[in-house]
Structures are given as C-alpha cells and as structure tokens.
Design a protein around this ligand. Structure first.
Ligand code: ADP
Ligand code: MG
Length: 562
C-alpha cells in the first residue's frame, strides 16, 4: 500500500494532508495507519526521529474519533510542552477540512483554567504532558473513563524523564481503553516494561530496523584537544556559511556557556534549556523556527520534539553516553528525505565511543580535519560569491540610485569591482583567521608563539576573572587598561572580556588561556609608583572590598553631615 487514498482515511483528512504537501505515506505511516484502522490492536512502533510518526498515529486517531460525541476519546502523551504544542497543531492541520474536532494541548507552565475550560467545552483529543494531565486527574477536572485510545509518543524519552509513575496513573485512569499505541525511537527496558504491563499481543512495527540510522545523514567527527573544542566549533560553523543547525551540549551549564560565548562572538545563536522560563523557550523556538536564529544550542531534553524539518547540521559538542541518544540527536537533520550532516567535536579520549556508536547503530563515521583558517576563508569567500550570483536584483527600486552608483564606481575595472565586492565580508574572516593555528590533534601549536599568533579563542571557553589592585582612585581608565593589554602585552581583543573599574580595584575578565600572560605581563608595570598586582579573583576579594568601600562611604557621609 503506497498511497494515502488506499488506507481508509476520510476524504476530508486526505484533503488536509494534501494541503500539507504529503504526497506519499512514509514507511512507518504505510505500516501503521492501515493496521490500526483495521483492528483494535495494541501497537509498538519504533522509528527514527523524522520518519513521520505524528501522522502515523494522528491520522488514524482522527479517523476513529466520533466528532458528534463531545467527550475525551483519545489521549496522546508527549514528554515536553513543545512536543505537545507541535503534535496538537499538526493534528489540527490534518483535520482542517474535517468535521469540527476539538484537539486540546494540555501542558504545564500555562493556565490550567483555560485548559480546563477547553476540555469541558467538549474536547475529543487531549495531547498532554504526563505531569499536567495527572494534575488535572488529581483535581478531578478531567475524566478518562471514556477514552478509547491512548498514544505514548516519544515513549523512551518520556520514561527517561521520569514520567513512569505519571504514565501508570494515566493508563489506570483510562482503564476502558481499547488500544494503546506506543511510539518510540528506541526500545530500552523501561519501554519494554510498559508494553509488557499494559499491552496484549501488540503488533510490533519497525523492530528490525530500530537501530538503523537514517541513510540521508552523513556522520562526521573532528578531534581536538579539550581546550580547543570551542575554537573547533567556531571553525566548523564558520566553514559552513548558511548553516542552520542544532548544537547539542551535555549539560545546561555547558549549553548556557557555549551560547553566551557564541553570542558574544557575534553568532546568530541562542540557547534552549530547562532553566529558561516557558515564555523564553517559546520565544527562542519561534525565532529558530522562523530562521531568525541560525544556531540553537540545546540540551537533549530541551531539544526533544523540536520538529524543524530542514536543519542542515546537527553538531555534537562532545558525545552523549548512549549511542541511541546520538542517533536520536542526529535524526534532527536529514528529515523527510533531505540530506543532513551530523558533526561531532570530540577529544581523543572520546574516539572509542565513536566506534561503539558505529557498531551499535551500524553507521560509519568519517574523521575529517578541523578546517584551517585558510579553508574557512576560502569557504566563506565562495559563499559570498554564490550569494552575489544568486542575488535577486530589485531593478525598479534600484533604478533611482544606479546613476550615482555607476558614477561612484566608474573608474574601477570589472576585476577591481569584483575584488572589492568579494572583500566586503571576506576581510572580516581574513583578519580573524590570519594567524590561526592548526588545532587538529597530532599537530602541535607553534611553540613559543607570541600571544598575538594565537588563534582567536584557541583557548578554552572559560573566562577567568582577575583582580587587579588599581582602580578609579589611581586614575585608571578602561582605555588605559585595554591599551596596556592589547599593545603592550599583545593579548588579542577577543580574549578580553568585561572590565569593571571600581574605586580601589578592577575586575578584569580574560580568556583563561591568557591568564598567566596577563598576570605576569601586568605585574611588570607600575601605576603612580605602585606595582600592579594581579590575582585570580575567586569572589572573595569583591565581597571584601565592597564591604570595605561601603564602610568608607559611610564614614565619609557621617563626616560631612557633621
Ligand atoms: P517523528 O515524529 O517521527 O520524528 P514527524 O511526525 O515530526 O516525525 O515528521 C517529520 C517531518 O516529516 C514533519 O515535518 C512532517 O511534516 C513531515 N512528514 C510527515 N509525513 C510526511 C509525508 N507523508 N510526506 C511528507 N512529509 C511528511
Ligand atoms: Mg515525533
């Protein structure tokens, strides 16, 4: 069966998916939809991310719901709020031309009253996070006794996130259900346990290929030393102009750190992690979806269920422990038949894990060199050229300006013009990468290189806060310090972070790799005959001095009031 029309879906639903541009069912849809429409079977469907699981359960659910009966007939459980919203919205799209279906998304962080009202107004299908649905059950504002079908979407992740108890509660509340369908990318023991507990002779689909990764994804890794990982990330991003991708970090802290650093370095990037308020997460997702953001840096959990279908790259900043998590991450690119690239930036120690993933997922990685500065510049240059070629010319709007433009450029030859246009962006990268060293493992950075020979941010991502014993009272100004650092000590500008000149001291952030040089270098200078002293600031100084300062202020105030 290769056509939606032969599956027993209503004309209205067919119209809905046609409007979405779905021409042919994906393999999982081909297997699931007719099977669950023909019999009331329980179902386990394992398939990679991006294989079209939402429609595989969404379409038959809609087909099986009876719109004239105004009560909750089906529940779809999803691990995250984002996924709930997405699945509910996808289903509403399928049902656009059908009878009035009420599909309600139920998740935390939003008004419970609104959700209760929507449910009571006659919801047919709830798309819910387990946590919020349990809340509603406990408050007895929703009953699931007439629910005929329950779907667990992203079951593996739901259980990973500790929703087992909630899922149990919900399945017990929906005790009159006829079917339970479970969709998952992987089949860990916890998922199997759910199936064993709640299913009767389930139909299993996609088991054989469960660890087969999407063939449209190319897997690449780069090795560098730990302190060069951030520099490698930047090179890789710079070497892929026009990249639209997700960068995975292992922890929230790392996600924040990398995002902050990238934003500071001028990338069009933002972070998505659990510490953000819901409204911020929504805003970030919206901007990413609309491509106002080019790079989204996320934790695994936060990235769950993000369906942005045309990502060009997935980047792993370090590798996850579980091969299955890797496959799941990589599955964010190469969706719906498009080509995608999954890039891992790893340290030598992690290479063993690449081999494990290769064996377990039956994929092959290519080890590629981290692009050199010259390569980055070359790629950027050709990207610019291609952009110029592809540029749509707004003849009418340009017309009034053209005479003046021609005049301003008239003495330049075609060759000179080309050089100049191409240089506009290119110069920036050229300057940036002029002295960039090779950071591939195996090639040692030049020994005894001057500070200014370093690759930008070749060091670790961490900034070190330094305490400098001179401040406003010594007549120090920011520009003096900058000049000292940049001109006398040859610290590159980008390695210098925040400078806070306080009354008696200064807090100075520099990239950790430059700490020693700065410390040593500055200590050979005097201010008003006093030797500059630079210490690592561990927070203690700041507190002590602040207190000190306050006391002094207080003295002064009382002195003058007398
Ligand atoms: P999964 O849940 O398996 O990760 P989704 O259901 O989110 O995958 O689908 C991934 C993408 O593929 C979505 O953008 C969806 O619109 C698209 N898609 C799903 N089914 C089809 C189809 N039959 N034809 C074309 N695109 C499809
Ligand atoms: Mg899905």
């Amino acid at each position: 069966m290769t056509d939606f029309k032969e599956m027993g879906l209503s004309e209205a639903l067919l119209q809905g998916i046609a409007a979405l541009g779905f021409e042919k069912p994906t393999p999982i849809q081909q297997q699931v939809i007719p099977a669950v429409l023909q019999s009331n079977t329980d179902l386990i469907a394992l398939a990679q991310t991006g294989t079209g699981k939402t429609a595989a359960f969404g379409l038959p659910l809609l087909q099986l719901v009876r719109p004239q009966e105004r009560h909750v007939q089906a529940v779809v459980l999803c691990p995250t709020r984002e996924l709930c919203v997405q699945v509910a919205s996808d289903m509403a799209h399928y049902a656009r031309y059908a009878d009035q279906y009420s599909i309600v998304a139920v998740y935390g962080g939003a008004s419970m009253e609104t959700q209760i009202r929507q449910i009571r107004a006659g919801a047919h299908i709830l798309v819910a996070t387990p946590g919020r649905l349990v809340d509603l059950l406990v408050r007895q504002v929703v009953a699931l006794d007439k629910v005929a079908r329950v779907v667990l979407d992203e079951a593996d992740e739901m259980l990973n996130m500790g929703f087992r108890d909630a899922v149990d509660l919900i399945l017990e509340a929906a005790e009159n259900r006829q079917t339970l369908w479970l969709f998952s990318a992987t089949m860990p023991a916890e998922v199997r346990a759910i199936a064993d507990t709640y299913m009767r002779e389930p139909l299993e689909i996609g088991i054989a290929s469960r660890q087969q990764a999407n063939a449209d994804i190319e897997h690449v890794y780069h090795i560098c030393r730990p302190e060069h990982r951030y520099a490698a990330l930047k090179r890789i991003v710079d070497a892929h102009p026009g990249i639209y991708g997700l960068i995975f970090c292992r922890t929230r802290a790392e996600t924040k750190e990398i995002a902050e650093q990238m934003i500071r370095d001028g990338y069009n990037a933002d972070a998505l992690h659990g510490d953000l308020a819901q409204s911020d997460r929504d805003r970030v997702m919206q901007r990413f979806r609309e491509r106002h953001l080019q790079l989204l840096i996320a934790t695994d959990v936060a990235a769950r269920g993000i369906d942005v279908s045309d990502l060009s790259h997935v980047i792993h900043y370090g590798l996850p422990d579980e091969p299955e998590v890797y496959i799941h991450r990589a599955g964010r690119t190469g969706r719906a038949g498009r080509k995608g690239v999954s890039i891992s930036i790893i340290t030598p120690k992690m290479e063993e894990r690449i081999r494990i993933i290769e064996r377990r997922a039956r994929i092959t990685f290519a080890r590629n060199a981290i692009p050199t500065g010259t390569e980055v510049c070359e790629r950027q240059l050709f990207y610019i050229i291609q952009n110029i070629r592809d540029q749509e010319v707004q003849r009418e709007q340009m017309a009034p300006f053209l005479p003046k433009i021609y005049e301003a450029l008239q003495d330049l030859s075609k060759e000179e013009l080309i050089e100049r246009f191409a240089s506009v962006e290119f110069n920036r990268f050229l300057a940036y990468y002029r002295d960039a060293i090779d950071i591939n493992v195996g090639s040692r950075p030049r020994a005894n290189g001057r500070l200014s020979d370093r690759t930008p941010s070749s060091g670790s991502t961490t900034q070190q806060r330094l305490f400098v014993n001179v401040g406003l009272v010594d007549g120090i100004q920011k520009k003096d310090l900058l000049s000292l650092l940049i001109h006398d000590l040859h610290v590159p500008k980008h390695a210098i972070g925040k400078i806070e000149i306080r009354r008696t001291h200064t807090l100075l952030d520099v990239e950790a790799t430059y700490r020693q040089e700065v410390q040593r270098g500055m200590s050979s200078f005097n201010v008003n005959g006093r030797r500059i002293r630079v210490n690592e600031d561990n927070g203690g100084h700041t507190v002590a001095f602040a207190r000190d300062k306050k006391k002094r202020h207080a003295n002064k105030a009382s002195a003058s009031s007398r």
